[in-house]
Ligand binder design. Structure first.
Ligand code: IMP
Ligand code: MG
Length: 182
């Protein structure tokens, strides 16, 4: 039986997310607007898809889009290993690659994804994440674009799940496990 969780306070309101996503799109635009190569955006499924759609709609640049599905996580704790569930299908060699993640926690997934995508020999490779939990880091990974740096708490909503639920909450909430719950 699945452990249940208790949703605590809202950590980041929907309006605050929208404001920050605007700023991130402006930063990314500034960095890539003068480049002559294609920008290949690789969205990490499933959690980053809400953030990626909002970010990319605000980005006035020609992009190529693909998805990758990898995880290092089971419920509320990291398993410490990364599994590739679905790889990219678009060629990215000699293009500028931007990885879009929902959250960097231990850093295992992002470090693995960077190594994996670097093996395709892109012209450049950068990492963009909505949330960063630097206190939880096990392997060193430094995102190039960070929406919000948050404490080492478990969060839900705006793409982030607990056991595949709660992704469609419009804001980001702190959750904790409710021992003995259904
Ligand atoms: P990492 O490999 O430990 O950095 O974990 C990254 C992945 O774990 C993210 O893409 C999320 O899917 C998941 N994750 C990490 N922290 C949280 C959280 O607080 N809430 C929901 N999912 C999380
Ligand atoms: Mg998840």
């Amino acid at each position: 039986m699945a452990d249940s969780i208790e949703i605590l306070d809202a950590l980041i309101a929907a309006e605050e997310i929208a404001r920050r996503v605007d700023e991130m799109a402006a930063d990314i635009h500034k960095d890539y607007v003068d480049r002559r190569r294609s920008l290949s955006v690789i969205v990490v499924l499933k959690g980053a898809c809400f953030f990626a759609v909002d970010l990319l709609k605000r980005l006035d640049l020609p992009i190529r889009l693909d998805f990758i599905k990898a995880s290092s996580y089971t419920r509320m704790g990291s398993t410490g290993e990364v599994r590739l569930h679905s790889d990219i299908h678009m060629p990215i060699a000699e293009t500028d690659v931007l990885i879009v993640e929902d959250i960097i926690d231990t850093g295992l997934t992002a470090a693995w994804l960077k190594r994996h995508l670097a093996s395709h020999e892109p012209a450049s490779l950068r990492l963009c994440t909505l949330l960063d939990k630097p206190e939880a880091r096990v392997v060193p990974v430094e995102p190039d674009y960070t929406g919000f740096t948050i404490p080492n708490v478990f969060v839900l909503g705006y793409g982030l799940d607990y056991d595949e639920e709660y992704r469609n909450l419009p804001a980001i909430y702190v959750a904790r496990s409710a021992q003995g719950g259904g």
